[in-house]
Write a protein that binds this ligand. Structure first.
Ligand SMILES: [Zn+2]
Length: 109
């Protein structure tokens, strides 16, 4: 079986995606239009070169309207303790995005 190795392109794309996402967050409050464009570009790049966003990266923008999430500014974060989900509500387009999290094991006494 062939192992998939990261090509040079993948490494560069990953770096660029990282830069675009961090820049989008920096200007999210002052220039939302440009911030959204950065997210869009990052997503397009990732799609084109089949680079996957990490879990943390996925949690940093709205899937529906590409708004970068700034807690306390344009996103409402809640928890569903029973379903083990973190719930993000985008204040821009009212989309609800759920991220599951693992239940931490408690030590038996
Ligand atoms: Zn949204």
């Amino acid at each position: 079986m062939q192992k998939r190795r990261d090509s040079k392109i993948t490494i560069v794309v990953r770096e660029r995606v990282e830069i675009l996402l961090s820049e989008a967050h920096k200007i999210a409050k002052s220039n939302l239009v440009r911030a959204k464009r950065y997210i869009k570009l990052a997503r397009r790049l990732a799609e084109k070169y089949r680079v996957r966003f990490t879990r943390v990266q996925k949690m940093h923008f709205c899937k529906k309207c590409n708004t970068p999430f700034v807690p306390g500014h344009n996103v409402k974060i809640g928890f569903d303790l029973r379903a083990h989900q973190i719930i993000y509500e985008c204040k821009n387009c009212r989309a609800v995005i759920k991220f599951p999290y693992k239940k931490r094991k408690l030590h038996k006494q």
